[in-house]
Every structure is written in structure tokens, then in C-alpha cells.
Design a protein around this ligand. Sequence first.
Ligand code: 13P
Ligand code: ZN
Length: 274
Amino acid sequence: MKVLDAPFVQGFMRLADDGWQMGWHERNGGNLSYRVKAEEIKGIRDGLCGDDAWQPIGASVPLLAGEYFLVTGSGKYFRNVMRAPEDSIGIIEVDAAGDHYRIVWGLVNGGKPTSELPSHLMNLEVKKKRDEKYRVVYHCHATNLIALTFVLPLTDEAFTRELWEMATECPVVFPDGIGVVDWMVPGGRDIAVATSRLMESYDVAVWAHHGMFCAGEDFDLTFGLAHTVEKAAEILVKMLSMRPDKRQTITPQNFRDLAAAFKVELPEKFLYEK
Ligand code: 13P
Ligand code: ZN
């Protein structure tokens, strides 16, 4: 099968285009990665080449040794993924030690994987350790969520609770909550370490004044998660622009009742009395 015809490549491109349509990817903003299944690699093996030089990842991910990842390119625009996929995205192979990668397909015009590769791979490694089924990590510059990082306390508790209160489905979609990373320099190992620590407990991490990282089992679940979080953030921005406090809201007991009905566990640390 041609690489571009593979369903996982098509699903990756569709997510990138959906994110662009949502307005979350100005210029080269955002990046996406997918841990490719062994059988998916087998299906496209003829289209891969192994001549490229090994490059340092900038982090060590021994649990991902020998695996393949579809990633967006650094400086590439989500807007162009559908029209110029071979220039915008690429497949990389991680070496046997888990600290170098080489490009085996795509990024044809001298492109390199996203500058957030350390965060993507460290997050995918943490998720794989906890649950083999996790394969997607998505970083977007979601407008309303970023806006909230200027007005809410930068704590997991405040972001989780405030966003849960904005839509009844939220605690069902992200029952573990949301982690928050203080402002940090992007694109390196330090922010990757901070984010992957949060990914041990959460599927969503907010980067203050920057954007969101989401992890999931497939493209639908991961995009749906980002969409749900950003929709809740939009409702909160609208609510705050009407009045500074809520006249009524979902209460801690309402959340406990919801948890029982939907069979999810909601950590009590997010159900504090205000
Ligand atoms: P890249 O173009 O290197 O993926 O960077 C975009 C970005 O959003 C950095 O956080
Ligand atoms: Zn970014």
C-alpha cells in the first residue's frame, strides 16, 4: 500500500485539517504525533527508506525503542497538511537505545520533525507504560483555553473544576482532570519532563499562555478531547464576559451523582467547597 493511502496516515491528515479549520493552528502553531502499529508499518514497508542519518531526539525514550511515529514537521503549517502531506509530515524510526531517530518517509524538502518531539515522545512513552492502547499526542493553540491561562489560577484544581462546571459532559469525557504547566520555554526537554509528569495522571495538559497537549487511543478520541476542553473554555470565557461570578452552577454533589450514574471516578481533590 502507498504510504499516503494507509488509513492511519489519512486519519492523521484529517485531524490536522480539522484542527486547522477550528482556528487552533495559526502559521506553524501546533504539532501532532502517532505511534504506528507494527502491522501498519508492515503494510507500507516498501514505501519506507532507511538511508537517513540518525539524529538526537533531545530526550531518552527507551520504552519506544525500535518503534515508528508519524509526526508533523517543524515550521510546517497544519493548513498545508492536506495539500502537501509529503512536505508537511513524516514517519520517523526510533533507534534501539531510544535516544535517536531517523526519517524513513516524508518531510521531503529537508524538513525535520516538530521541535516538540521530546514532549510528544516522552508523553507517548508515559502513556504506553500505563496503557498500550494510547497512540496519539496532539498539541494545539486553542484560543479560549489560552485566554483562561491569564485569568484562572495556574493549578490543576482550578482548571479542572472550572471547565467541568461549563458542560455536564466534561467530567465524563475527562474524569481524571487537567494538568497545568506554568509558563516555560517550549521546544525542549524541560517542558517535556514537566508535561510527561502530568500525563501520568491526566490526558490533558495546559501550557500557560501557549496551548494544550492531549493524549488518546485514536484520532477521534484525541481530537474529541481537545474539542470538548476548548468548548468548555469558550463557554467559560463567554460566562466571564457576562458577569464575574456564576449565578448558579453544577455543585460538588451534582458531580458525585453524575459520577455514580455514568460510572466514572471523579477525584475528590477537584470537588472542593468554594
Ligand atoms: P513546530 O513547528 O516546531 O511543531 O512548533 C510549533 C509549536 O506550536 C511549538 O510549540
Ligand atoms: Zn505550540
